[in-house]
Design a protein around this ligand. Sequence first.
Ligand SMILES: Nc1nc2c(c(=O)[nH]1)N[C@H]1C(S)=C(S)[C@@H](COP(=O)(O)O)O[C@H]1N2
Ligand SMILES: [Mo]
Length: 219
Amino acid sequence: MKKQIKVVLLVFTVLTILLMACGACVNNSPSPSQLPYVEIQQYNGHDLSPISDVQDVSIKGPQIVDISTYKLTVNGLVDTPTDFTYDEVLANTSYTKEVVLNCVEGWSADILWQGVLLSDLFDKVKVQPEANTVIFYAVDGYTTSLPLQTIIDKKMILAYKENGVVLIQKDGYPFILVAEDKLGYKWCKWINRIELSSDSSYRGYWESNGYSNDADVSN
Ligand SMILES: Nc1nc2c(c(=O)[nH]1)N[C@H]1C(S)=C(S)[C@@H](COP(=O)(O)O)O[C@H]1N2
Ligand SMILES: [Mo]
């Protein structure tokens, strides 16, 4: 009789363990919740390029910018030189633009950019009448420039998002200049200073290495 109780207890224990184990395996096996794919893939009825099409050919590789200490300096021929925080830049009206980035190395990427108008920043610092050139400086020491009038006419933006996601590090976080209709080397990434100048003979990094200062994309 005692033996029978022992067997019953044993069977009960084994069953309980099996049940618990089974419960555990049921609990641990829900399929992981799918996060929606965040990158915008289509716009106005056609495909955009995936962000991964934007290659990195930068002079020193992707730069890491600490946003807590980051400042965007806008100075030179302006009445009120200003150091903007990331949030202060983002507080401006936001615009989206689909623009193709064409690199001289033969690749291109059709991306939906989102950012602020450079002319809105210029209004804030009050650009002086002698200014005719805008020089962009980046944390990797890269520089490039454009005529002030071109930036205004083409309504160029400083982008902080690409295909709906915050600009990734290799693409210039926190800001890339969307230099519409201009070759890739005008698309300054990791910008930390914008200088208003009257030096129209200024030549940036690639421009002083033999690349055209106009940098027009030939269609
Ligand atoms: N700060 C910085 N911006 C830069 C560059 C760079 O080396 N440093 N390279 C330019 C070039 S040549 C191109 S084609 C575009 C896109 O650069 P990526 O190919 O390095 O992404 O960024 C431009 N902006
Ligand atoms: Mo490039």
